[in-house]
Design a protein around this ligand. Structure first.
Ligand code: ZN
Length: 466
């Protein structure tokens, strides 16, 4: 029953894609002209975004930073020579939300000499890491006893580092002539978090990122996307940038105050060490309902084995890369303005922030919800974008969509590669499908936008992908 519903969602998406084609030509007004291949250059950049000792992790409701297992990085690239520059960036943080996300896009745009609508910024979503929302922090400061959600000075220094890294990278941009796509299976990492259900289809227990519950471990993987996708850029025969995409929550264990890029970041770092001349990036796909819970007991060795499995997927994808000359390049954008989840009531959220004694999470999470409500009222749009490179598309989505969105995007371009980076502007937190709203559970309780958001995202995707 559940799988039929999901399949229906994906089939509907594929059918609707054709119908949307005609209108997309009119509405994709922001599309840039195609590249003239000879002029195209790429400028990879990276900078450190490791928070200082004492910095809040995951918005302030888990243990703050006490030490470091490995540093956090922001890694990206600028594409030059096809209209105004395009900037694509992945950050080893839990999330960057609302005005903070715009601040990142503006900083990167200024440094690259482009406009913020040609910049996309995504978080990998590790949890022993910063989670930045200016407005939630403002709201929390009004309650004198709540901790800082993020360190304002540290954040400012990160944006300074972003500007400096991009400006420096552009000076040594190199030609980019070819692009390649490859995919590799990742075994025994991803599993659906929402399989434990009652007779009415309501989620009873979340499998989460780790689990010791035999009942949850025994459940099947459920709906996932098993393929890791890699899109690589070449300067003739030399691989210059490799961007990897996979849909899973990236946490093995967290809450111990030890900063780490965790198993997805560690796999990326392994590839980076093996190929120092190529810049490796990692993007988390539509992982709202996906975690490693079936295969992860949350132990220290688990981080190592999950890293091995991710790295194997990256190596498998790299093995089938077949570079082809870049003939066409197009950047498309779509704005959406979701409505708030009717369950978010402003008055009640304020009360929850003030309620004592209670766990910090129960007081700080409402600050993020209230920030979202205030954003919906301002009608600040979310920007979705797509970079078309020949037949390959890099699709950029906000927040934590369920994996069905990623599968729908692929169905819209059957047989042609779509690599999906989610966790852009994380303002809305979880984005379930309409049917999954009815199933309830953790993700639905923390979905800040209304069920109708599915329609907005699907039609925006159709225009971006057509
Ligand atoms: Zn999450």
């Amino acid at each position: 029953m559940k799988s039929i519903t999901r399949r229906g969602f994906i089939q509907h998406s594929a059918l609707a894609a054709g119908a949307a084609l005609a209108s997309s030509r009119l509405q994709a007004a922001t599309a840039a002209p195609s590249a003239s291949a000879g002029s195209l250059h790429i400028a990879p950049f990276r900078f450190d975004v490791t928070p200082p000792i004492g910095h809040a992790c995951c918005g302030g409701w888990i243990k703050p930073v006490i030490d470091y297992d490995d540093p956090l990085e922001a890694i990206g690239f600028v594409l030059l020579g096809s209209g105004p520059p395009i900037v694509i960036c992945a950050v080893d943080w839990t999330g960057i939300l609302n005005e903070a996300h715009l601040a990142w896009r503006v900083a990167l745009a200024e440094a690259a000499g482009t406009s913020p609508d040609r910049v996309t910024v995504h978080c990998v979503h590790q949890h022993n890491a910063p989670f930045v929302c200016f407005d939630a922090a403002r709201l929390a400061r009004e309650e004198k006893d709540l901790p800082e959600i993020y360190d304002v000075d540290f954040h400012r220094r990160c944006l300074d580092a972003a500007r400096a890294a991009v400006a420096l990278a552009i000076k040594s941009a190199r030609p980019v002539s070819h692009v390649a796509h490859g995919s590799g299976r990742v075994d025994e990492v991803a599993s659906n978090r929402r399989l434990a259900r009652d007779a009415n289809g309501r989620v009873t227990k979340m499998r989460g990122s780790s689990s010791k519950d035999p009942e949850l471990i025994a459940l099947p993987e459920g709906l996932i996307d098993p393929l890791l996708r890699t899109v690589a850029f070449y300067d003739r025969g030399t691989k210059v940038v490799a961007a990897h995409y996979y849909a899973t929550h990236p946490m093995s264990y967290y809450g111990d105050g030890r900063v780490s890029s965790d198993f997805c970041g560690l796999a990326r770092k392994r590839l980076q060490a093996a190929e120092p001349a190529c810049t490796h990036l990692y993007f988390t796909g539509c992982a709202g309902d996906i975690g490693a819970g079936k295969y992860n007991d949350g132990s220290k060795p688990a981080r190592a084995w999950l890293t091995d499995r991710m790295a194997r997927g990256m190596v498998a994808a790299a093995a089938v890369l077949k570079p082809e000359p870049i003939a066409t390049l197009e950047w498309r954008t779509q704005e959406i303005r979701p409505m708030p989840n009717p369950a978010l009531l402003t008055g009640a959220l304020r009360e929850l922030m003030q309620k004592q004694p209670t766990a910090l999470v129960s007081r700080l999470r409402p600050a993020f919800k209230l920030a979202s409500v205030r954003r919906w009222k301002r009608q600040d749009p979310f920007l979705l974008s797509a970079l078309h490179l020949n037949e390959t598309v890099l699709l950029h989505l906000p927040a934590e969509p369920f994996v069905a969105y990623q599968l729908a995007a692929q169905a819209m371009r059957a047989g042609r590669p779509v690599a999906v980076a989610a966790y852009g502007d994380n303002g809305p937190w979880y984005i379930p499908t309409k049917t999954e709203f009815a199933g309830g559970g953790y993700e639905v309780d923390h979905a800040f936008c209304a069920p109708g958001t599915e329609d907005l995202i699907l039609s925006a995707m159709q225009r971006l992908l057509a």
